[in-house]
Design a protein around this ligand. Sequence first.
Ligand code: PLP
Length: 397
Amino acid sequence: MSTTTQILSSIPVDALTGAISVPIYQTATFVQEAPGVNKGYDYSRSGNPTRAALEEVLAGLEGGATGLAFASGLAAIDTVLKLLKSGDEILAVDDIYGGAYRLFTHVYEKFGIHIRYIDTSDVVLVQRSITPATRLIWLESPTNPTLKVSDIKAIASLAKAHGAWLCVDNTFTSPVLQKPLALGADIVVHSATKYLGGHSDLIAGAIVAKDPELGARLKFLQNAAGNVLGPFDSWLVLRGLETLPLRVRQQSQSAWAIAQYLETHEAVAAVYYPGLTSHPNHELASRQQKGFGGVISFRLKQDDQQSATAFLKTLHLFHLAESLGGVKSLCCLPCEMTHKSVPREKRLLTGVTDGFIRLSVGIEETEDLIADLEQAFERLAGNGIEAGIPEHLLATA
Ligand SMILES: *Cc1c(COP(=O)(O)O)cnc(C)c1O
């Protein structure tokens, strides 16, 4: 397989002008010399040269036959589900991205597609849960926000033995850290909004299929429903990809240092990061991934929403926002933000308590990020004393 550097440097220089940056072909249609005689493009829903350049790089990075670029991560996921028909069954990771849960359960169930959510980090449970109707196994590894890791290679061979496809949402690791197709998966999807784009300035998605025949079916579905990425956003993702290995390396390095800092902090009850030896799937993650990524979750000892909110509001470098994978560090409170639609009891079962915080580490200096967290912990300790003052006294203050 080509290295990331080789793939990125294989983007052709513009033949007409020598432009080193891929031109943005901001056009809907392409003039034909005679009916049906064209230069490979006829209409930008079916194909656009800027999008095609991106799609080729995506295929190369994930090591698949076909790459496709979509208007969002969910548009990519939606296209994979259109491979199924009524009566088919999906086995999906229980800690699945909320938007995917909404699409599977609230849109596709009513078309007769049955979805079961299970703990896919338990391979034996996956094996026991497969039925003759299982057509698709859906993994995220690591998951959001508890960073649970599933054995892609083992599950891929189970899928193969039962004639089901394995699709891996590779958003959290990016192809720099994990290559699901090489581990046996059939399809990879991405929210390119996150690490691939990398700058929190666009919404985009991607599919890469290992096999050209499956790739052609997905391309047909993309064109049939029209979920394409526009030329300008395709160009932005292409530009983002040029720095992907550099960004991910820095983010992983900082995240690892921050996870270790958090693990020894007296105000922290638990840290979720696959790079820590305390993580239940650390050994598998070390085998399956080239690094542990830029997302860390942790729970405060003061495990309530008021303390967590106070903590988040005092951070300066970590901006309070949904999303992840950008150059700027972000923080969020899943119970009120990304996972608000998950019922509280279900959320608590997976460990996502009211004082559970998720960080997306950016490319700022590691020491600055740790210093930012440290000052927020110091202020939280101060708030703790304040919170101890009886309410009637605070009211008169
Ligand atoms: C954000 C995200 C998605 C959805 O992608 P959009 O670009 O927001 O549509 C899907 N999967 C994961 C793991 C995500 O983090």
